[in-house]
Design a protein around this ligand. Structure first.
Ligand code: ZN
Length: 280
């Protein structure tokens, strides 16, 4: 069983071209090829032709039992209308988490403007995923995406669960401390590379993750995610295999942690559907 907790349906090749259907078809193909049973699709903080809205992604995936949607928020344009729309989608079970993009937008996670988003997350008991670390674009401002800033939000909202995306890359130690210190903070290993890992880079990243676990980060708080299509699922599954984890920890990271954090109904019914889909 494998759950990829971090994928996108954005057309990164050309943001001026709408390619939702094509991206979704490619995602289904790579999931089948890599035996990934379920993927969480994270929508963007901006809506342009190559970056579909949460509503568009919800509608495009509503009949797919192996896809769940995480709603990306824009701090810049966050409004009462967004809160109302998110609430409706949470009530309908159309989204299972929220995602913030500090760094890409100039704000810290504990910004008071986001209080209504955290209140929704608490009310519906859904996690808030937070982009951290390097930004794909050089236009980003990385002081905002430093993982240490997640600590403020985690302390201010102790009943909300947070997920630090990308292990805080390259601020692994800061991520490690924030996850270790706060019961309500998790992290995912997505987006550590673009495309495939080079051997040297993969060894370096493996070392960082091993150190985190050795130092005392609970394996129950580390989730498998890729950041597909920016990183390939093939290279990520290889990355996990080469971590040489205890079988128990491997199962936790590959799917059990995600199933628990996002309250995913993955077995036995969804597992049956996923293995059925694999045979088609
Ligand atoms: Zn991502």
């Amino acid at each position: 069983m494998i759950i990829d907790c971090h994928t996108h349906l954005n057309n990164y090749a050309d943001e001026t071209v709408d390619d939702l259907a094509g991206c979704l078809a490619r995602l289904q193909t790579v999931m089948r090829r890599n035996r990934v049973d379920m993927a969480l699709v994270l929508t963007s903080y901006k809506v342009v032709p190559g970056r579909p809205s949460t509503r568009a992604v919800v509608d495009a995936t509503k009949d797919l039992p192996n896809i769940r949607v995480v709603a990306g928020l824009s701090w810049n344009t966050f409004s009462d209308a967004d809160v109302a729309e998110l609430r409706a989608m949470l009530v309908a079970g159309e989204i299972i988490a929220l995602k913030l993009y500090p760094g890409y937008e100039p704000f810290y996670p504990a910004d008071p403007k986001l209080a209504p988003a955290y209140q929704l997350a608490e009310e519906f008991d859904v996690p808030v995923m937070i982009h951290t670390g390097d930004t794909y674009s050089a236009r980003g401002k990385v002081k905002y995406s430093h993982p240490i800033n997640v600590d403020d939000a985690a302390v201010d909202y102790p009943n909300v669960k947070f997920l630090i995306c990308h292990l805080g890359n390259p601020w692994f130690r800061d991520c490690m401390e924030v996850v270790y210190k706060n019961d309500n903070v998790y992290t995912d290993m997505s987006g550590l590379t673009l495309g495939d890992f080079s051997d040297r880079f993969e060894a370096y990243m493996r070392q960082q993750l091993k150190e985190m676990l050795l130092w005392g980060v609970n394996p129950r708080k580390v989730l498998f995610g890729t950041d597909w299509p920016l990183a390939t699922m093939e290279s990520y599954l290889q990355f996990v295999e080469e971590l040489k984890l205890q079988p128990k920890d491997r199962e936790l990271m590959l799917w059990q942690n995600a199933a628990a954090l996002y309250k995913l109904d993955v077995q036995p019914s969804a597992l049956g559907v996923a293995s059925l889909l694999r045979r088609i």
